[in-house]
Design a binder for this molecule. Structure first.
Ligand code: PEP
Ligand code: MG
Length: 957
C-alpha cells in the first residue's frame, strides 16, 4: 500500500539524516496540507511501503522488487533546495501548526496553533520556529537569510486578520514577542510587550483607547524593551518612576495622570540616550527585528543555560518566538486577566481553579503587585466572558484529554485565550484526575495509565514537605536522593542513641559517615538517615528504601564527628539534638523543622493500580527480608518475593549475631557446625513467617552473600578482640589470628557469595535445611509454599553446580525426614559479567536467573558501589555520566549484558525464569528496559512496588 504513514514518520526518516529536498506524495488521502505542518511542509512526499498489494502510480518502476513494509523517501529531479518553512501563522479558526509540533514551534507556539485551529479566540500571530533559532545560533548570531522577509509575510497575514497595521497611527497594531521552547523553562527567556509604539503610534492609540492607557502602555514598553532588548537596567527606569511619584505626591502608579505619564515617557527616552548614546529605536519594524534577536539570544543566556543543565534538558534546537497581537486586560473595569487550571491541581477536584485580576495585565498577576481574586469575581462582573471561558475549558479538556493550565485576558468584555498547556499536578491530583476522566468517558484506562507519573506515586506513598519552595534558603547540603520522602527530626550520631531517643518518643535523624549492618536497629528507629559516604546502593540506601524510610547518602559536604557528636557543614557546626529536615526525593539537607504532609492513599489509587495490573505483562516482586516487610510488599501489590537477603535476619537480635560471630570465628568444623545449629531455628522461624505472608506466591531466598567481616563488631581492633573474646570464649590470641585471617584488601571481590558456601558447605546445608523444613511445615499447615533458592555471585557453572547439588541433596533428606515433599526451584543471581557471558552453561544448572544489577553495575563499570559518591558528582556535573548508574540502569553496557545473558540462558533452557532484583527494579526507566528486554519480573523494595507496577504498565501501553 502506498503512503501508509504519517507526516511524523516521514519526518523521522528525514531526521535520520536523509537529505531530501523534494519528495512526492503518491497517496491521495494524505493531503499536502497535512504535511505543511511538518518538516515536509514545502515538499511533496513519496512515502512508499512496498507490500504485496502496492499499486504504484507514477513511481511504479521504483517500487518493483521492494520488500514488504519497506518505506522509502525519494528525492525527485528538482535540484533547487527549497528552504524549510520557518514562520507559521495562526488566527481564529486557522493555523499552520498543531499541537504535535512542539519540537518545531515550542510548547507555547504549538498550543496557540492548536487552540486557533479548533476555533477558540486566540489573538492572531505567528511563530518563528526553533530551527530558525538554531540556524541563528549557527549563523554567528545573524538572522538567517530570508527569515526577516518570511516574518514580514506572516505579519501581513496577522495585519489582515486584525484590520490593523504595525506602525500605522490610524489603526495601530501592538505586538507581544515571547520565547517558547519545546520544554517549558519558566522565566528563563525573554518577553517584550506593547511592541510597535512610538511618538506617532501612541497618539493613534490614545484617540482609540484613551490617553492615559496609551501613555501607560508606551512607558511600560520603553522600560521593557530597553531592559530586555538593549540591556538597559530596569532600575534606571524604576528610579525615574519613583522620583516622579514622589514629586507628584502619589503612592501608586495608577494615581499618575496621562500628563504625568507623558512626562515619564520623555524621561525614559532620555535614559536610552544617556546609557546607549542613541535614541530609542522608533521604527516598529526595527523594534520587532531587535526583539526577535533578543529572544533568540536569550536561549543562550547564562541563566537559561544553567536552568537547562540543572534540569538536564538536552537535545533541544532552541527557542521559538511567538509574535502575537496584544490584547489588553487593563482597559478599565470590563477588562482583566487571569490564569486557571481546569481542575484543582492539588486535589484533582473537578472545579475550575484559578485567579483573576480586573483591569490588569498578565505581569501584574505574576509580579504580585496586586492580590488576585478568585474566578467567582469574574463570573459576577463579566458573565459573558466567564461563560465562554468555562465552555473553552470544557472544549480544551475534551480536545487534549487532559487537565489544562490556561492563561487568558478579557479586553472590554471579549475573552482571549493566551496560552494552554497540560497542567502540573500533585500525586493526589494526578490519580484523581486520571480516575475521574475515565469515569467521565473522556479517556480510557490506557490513557489514564500514561497520565500518572511514577514520581506522583512516590508522593502518595511517602510523607512530603508541604511547601518545598519555602525552605530553599535553608538548604545547607546536598547528597544523593537515596530513598524518597521527607523526614524531620533531631539528629543523633549513633544507632544506640537513635533507639534510645526513639524509645523516649522523639523523632530522630541518624547521621553517620556510613552505616553498617550493626546500625539497623538505630536506622529502623530513626525517621530519616543521612550519611556522608556511600552511593545509591550503599547499605544505608538499600536498607532505607526497603523500609520506605527517607535517606540521603553520599552527602560529601558533611563531616561527621562521632566523638564530639557534631556534624560540620561548611563553617556551620550542628550539634546532637538540633533539628534537621531531609528531602530524600531531592537529596536536600535542610536546617530546622519544615512542615510535613502525610502520605495520601486513597480509593482512587486502588482503582488506578488495579488498571496497571490489568495492562502489564511484567510481574513485580519485592525484596523483603522479614515477615513484616513481606506483608507490606503484599499489601503494595507484590506478586512474590524476588530477593530475601538472609543475612539481614542475623542482625535481628543479640543472640543471633552472637551465633553468627561464633560461626565466623570457628576454627574447626565441629565448632562451626555447632554455631550453625544454633542459628537454624531462627532462620526457620523467619522463613515460616515469610512463607505464610506470601501464601500462594513464590519466595526467592538467597544464600548468605556478604563478606564475613561485615558481621564483626565495630570499633578499633582491641575493642573488637575483647568483645569477641567475651562472646566466643576464645582467647585473645586465637581471636586475633582469626580476625587477621578474615581481613581482606578488597572484600567486595573477596570471600563472599557462593564462595562462602563452597568453602563451608555446612553453611549452605544449614540454610537449605532451614528453608525446606519451614516450607514443609507451612505446607503441612495448608499454606501454599513456592520456594526458590538462589545462589549469589556465581561466575562459573561449576560454582552453581556445586551449590545446586548440595541444596538438592538437603531437600531430599529433609523431605524424607519429614515424610512430605514439595516442588522448589534452584537458580542463581547473575551479577558477575562472566556469568552473563556464559549464561548458556549456567542455565543448564539454573531454573531461574535473577540479575543482581547492583553488583553487575559495580563490576561492569569497575566502580565500587560504596565509594562512587566520591567522584560521581563531578562526573555528573561534567556530563561524563548522564545518570548515577547505580540508580538508573546503564542500558548500553550493563543492559547489554542482561540481554545477552537472557538470550543465551533461554536458548539453553527455554523454561528459564528471568528477573532482576538489584535496586534498578524500582526505577521507572530501568523497568521499561527490563520489560522490553523480555524479563519475566522485576523485584524491588516493598515501597517501590506500586511505582514498578505503573512503570511496567506504562511500557505496555
Ligand atoms: C545486587 O547485587 O544487585 C543484589 C541485589 O545483591 P546485593 O545488593 O545484596 O549485593
Ligand atoms: Mg549482589
Amino acid at each position: 500500500m502506498l503512503a501508509r504513514t504519517t507526516p511524523d514518520a516521514c519526518n523521522q526518516r528525514l531526521l535520520k539524516g536523509k537529505h531530501v529536498d523534494r519528495i512526492h506524495l503518491l497517496e491521495e488521502n494524505l493531503r499536502i496540507s497535512q504535511l505543511v505542518n511538518t518538516r515536509c511542509h514545502s515538499s511533496q512526499c513519496v512515502i512508499v511501503s512496498g507490500t504485496k498489494n502496492a499499486k504504484p502510480k507514477r513511481h511504479e518502476p521504483l517500487l518493483r522488487g521492494l520488500p514488504r513494509a519497506q518505506a522509502i523517501l525519494t528525492p525527485v529531479s528538482d535540484p533547487t533546495p527549497t528552504a524549510e518553512k520557518r514562520v507559521f501563522t495562526f488566527g481564529k479558526g486557522r493555523s499552520e501548526g498543531n499541537k504535535g509540533m512542539k519540537s518545531l514551534l515550542g510548547g507555547k507556539g504549538a498550543n496557540l496553533a492548536e487552540m486557533s485551529s479548533i476555533g477558540l479566540s486566540v489573538p492572531p500571530g505567528l511563530t518563528i520556529s526553533t530551527e530558525a533559532c538554531q540556524e541563528y545560533q549557527q549563523n554567528v548570531k545573524k538572522l538567517p537569510e530570508g527569515l526577516w522577509e518570511e516574518i514580514l509575510e506572516g505579519l501581513e497575514t496577522v495585519e489582515k486578520d486584525m484590520g490593523a497595521s504595525l506602525g500605522d497611527p490610524s489603526k495601530p497594531l501592538l505586538l507581544s514577542v515571547r520565547s517558547g521552547a519545546a520544554i517549558s523553562m519558566p522565566g528563563m527567556m525573554d518577553t517584550v510587550l506593547n511592541l510597535g509604539l512610538n511618538d506617532e503610534v501612541v497618539t493613534g492609540l490614545a484617540s482609540k483607547s484613551g490617553e492615559r492607557f496609551a501613555y501607560d502602555s508606551y512607558r511600560r514598553f520603553l522600560d521593557m524593551f530597553g531592559d530586555v532588548v538593549l540591556g538597559i537596567p530596569h532600575s534606571l527606569f524604576e528610579e525615574k518612576l519613583e522620583k516622579l511619584k514622589n514629586a507628584k505626591g502619589v503612592k501608586l502608579d495608577t494615581e499618575l495622570t496621562a500628563l504625568d505619564l507623558k512626562e515619564l515617557v520623555e524621561q525614559y527616552k532620555h535614559v536610552y540616550l544617556e546609557t546607549k548614546g542613541e535614541n530609542f529605536p522608533s521604527d516598529p519594524k526595527q523594534q520587532l527585528q531587535l526583539a526577535v534577536i533578543a529572544v533568540f539570544d536569550s536561549w543562550d543566556s547564562p541563566r537559561a543555560i544553567k536552568y537547562r543543565s540543572i534540569n538536564q534538558i538536552t537535545g533541544l534546537k532552541g527557542t521559538a518566538v511567538n509574535i502575537q497581537c496584544m490584547v489588553f486586560g487593563n482597559m478599565g473595569n470590563t477588562s482583566g486577566t487571569g490564569v486557571l487550571f481546569t481542575r484543582n491541581p492539588s486535589t484533582g477536584e473537578k472545579k475550575l481553579y484559578g485567579e483573576f485580576l480586573i483591569n490588569a495585565q498578565g505581569e501584574d498577576v505574576v509580579a504580585g503587585i496586586r492580590t488576585p481574586e478568585d474566578l467567582d469575581t469574574m463570573k459576577s462582573c463579566m458573565p459573558g466572558a466567564y461563560k465562554e471561558l468555562v465552555e473553552n475549558c470544557e472544549i480544551l479538556e475534551r480536545h487534549y484529554k487532559d487537565m489544562m493550565d490556561i492563561e487568558f485576558t478579557v479586553q472590554e468584555n471579549r475573552l482571549w485565550m493566551l496560552q494552554c498547556r497540560s497542567g502540573k499536578r500533585t500525586g493526589k491530583g494526578a490519580v484523581k484526575i486520571a480516575v475521574d476522566m475515565v469515569d467521565e468517558g473522556l479517556i480510557d484506562m490506557r490513557s489514564a495509565i500514561k497520565m500518572v507519573e511514577p514520581q506522583h506515586l512516590d508522593q502518595l506513598l511517602h510523607p512530603q514537605f508541604e511547601d518545598p519552595a519555602a525552605y530553599k534558603d535553608k538548604v545547607v547540603a546536598n547528597g544523593l536522593p537515596a530513598s524518597p520522602g521527607a523526614a524531620v527530626g533531631q539528629i543523633v550520631f549513633g544507632a544506640d542513641d537513635a533507639e534510645a531517643w526513639h524509645a523516649q518518643g522523639k523523632s530522630v535523624i541518624l547521621v553517620r559517615t556510613e552505616t553498617s549492618p550493626e546500625d539497623v536497629g538505630g536506622m529502623h528507629a530513626a525517621v530519616g538517615i543521612l550519611t556522608a559516604r556511600g552511593g545509591m546502593t550503599s547499605h544505608a540506601a538499600v536498607v532505607a528504601r526497603g523500609w520506605g524510610k527517607c535517606c540521603i547518602s553520599g552527602c560529601s559536604e558533611i563531616r561527621v564527628n562521632d566523638n564530639e557528636k557534631v556534624v560540620v557543614i561548611g563553617d556551620r557546626v550542628i550539634e546532637e539534638g538540633e533539628w534537621l529536615s531531609l528531602n530524600g526525593s531531592t537529596g536536600e539537607v535542610i536546617l530546622g523543622k519544615q512542615p510535613l504532609s502525610p502520605p495520601a492513599l486513597s480509593c482512587d489509587l486502588e482503582i488506578f493500580m488495579s488498571w496497571t495490573d490489568k495492562i502489564r505483562r511484567l510481574k513485580v516482586m519485592a525484596n523483603a527480608d522479614t515477615p513484616e516487610d513481606a506483608l507490606t510488599a503484599r499489601n503494595n501489590g507484590a506478586q512474590g518475593i524476588g530477593l530475601c537477603r538472609t543475612e539481614h535476619m542475623f542482625f535481628a537480635s543479640d543472640e543471633r549475631i552472637k551465633a553468627v560471630r561464633k560461626m565466623i570465628m570457628a576454627v574447626t568444623l565441629e565448632q562451626r557446625k555447632a554455631a550453625l545449629d544454633s542459628l537454624l531455628p531462627y532462620q526457620r522461624a523467619d522463613f515460616e513467617g515469610i512463607f505464610r505472608a506470601m501464601d500462594g506466591l513464590p519466595v526467592t531466598i538467597r544464600l548468605l552473600d556478604p563478606p564475613l567481616h561485615e558481621f564483626l563488631p565495630e570499633g578499633d581492633v582491641q575493642e573488637i578482640v575483647s568483645e569477641l573474646t567475651a562472646e566466643t570464649g576464645m582467647n585473645e590470641d586465637e581471636v586475633f589470628s582469626r580476625i587477621e585471617m578474615l581481613a581482606e584488601v578488597n572484600p567486595m571481590l573477596g570471600f563472599r557469595g557462593c564462595r562462602l558456601g563452597i568453602s563451608y558447605p555446612e553453611l549452605t546445608e544449614m540454610q537449605a535445611r532451614a528453608i525446606f523444613q519451614a516450607a514443609v511445615s507451612m505446607n503441612n499447615q495448608g499454606v501454599k509454599v513456592l520456594p526458590e533458592i538462589m545462589v549469589p555471585l556465581v561466575g562459573t557453572p561449576q560454582e552453581l553446580g556445586h551449590q545446586a547439588s548440595l541444596i538438592r541433596s538437603v531437600a531430599t533428606k529433609v523431605f524424607s525426614e519429614m515424610g512430605s515433599s514439595l516442588s522448589y526451584k534452584v537458580g542463581t543471581m547473575i551479577e558477575i559479567p562472566r556469568a552473563a557471558l556464559v549464561a548458556d552453561e549456567i542455565a543448564k544448572e539454573a531454573e531461574f536467573f535473577s540479575f543482581g544489577t547492583n553488583d553487575l553495575t559495580q563490576m561492569t563499570f569497575g566502580y565500587s558501589r560504596d565509594d562512587v559518591g566520591k567522584f560521581l558528582p563531578s562526573y555528573l556535573a561534567q556530563g561524563i555520566l548522564q545518570n548515577d548508574p547505580f540508580e538508573v540502569l546503564d542500558q548500553r553496557g550493563v543492559g547489554q549484558l542482561i540481554k545477552i545473558a537472557t538470550e543465551r540462558g533461554r536458548a539453553a533452557r527455554p523454561s528459564l525464569k528471568v528477573g532482576i532484583c538489584g535496586e534498578h527494579g524500582g526505577e521507572p526507566s530501568s523497568v521499561a528496559f527490563f520489560a522490553e528486554a523480555g524479563l519475566d519480573y522485576v523485584s524491588c523494595s516493598p515501597f517501590r512496588v506500586p511505582i514498578a507496577r505503573l512503570a511496567a504498565a506504562q511500557v505496555a501501553v
